[in-house]
Design a protein around this ligand. Structure first.
Ligand code: ZN
Length: 132
């Protein structure tokens, strides 16, 4: 057994390949500037980073998050995320909606041509559970 195999033994669930540096970075800012409940201005309080695999490659999203700072408001300290984020990827998902739309029909077919098409489109090593 090689040293590299010993190090990865028992880590089958972890990613065995390095993620590519993001090819693109998008900064998303919420369009809504006032609180929908109390009408007061919501300032940008912090930035979240998120990486999404899309058909363009790996995209780094920098998300500006707003908060209502009125303690009497029902939306006090609830995050208001950029609206455009929902058009790019589902919450807590690694792949963008464009990839999911491509994979959907192929997932039922599960052919080698589909797997190759997805891997070449995303630029990532994609393995199906049946190939592992
Ligand atoms: Zn408010």
């Amino acid at each position: 057994m090689k040293v590299s195999e010993e190090l990865t033994e028992g880590l089958e669930m972890s990613r065995s390949w390095c993620r590519v540096k993001p090819a693109d970075e998008l900064v998303l800012i919420p369009v809504q500037k006032s609180c929908p409940e109390c009408g007061r201005a919501m300032r940008i309080r912090y930035t979240n980073r998120r990486a999404v695999v899309s058909l363009r490659g790996l995209v780094c999203l920098r998300l500006k998050i707003r908060h209502c700072e009125d303690r009497t408001c029902g939306r006090y300290h609830q995050a208001w995320r950029p609206e455009a984020e929902g058009a790019l990827a589902l919450p807590q998902h690694e792949f963008g909606l464009d990839v999911i739309a491509l994979v959907g029909p192929c997932a039922t077919a599960n052919t080698a041509a589909c797997r190759k098409s997805i891997a070449s489109s995303t630029g990532a090593a994609w393995r199906s559970a049946s190939a592992a």
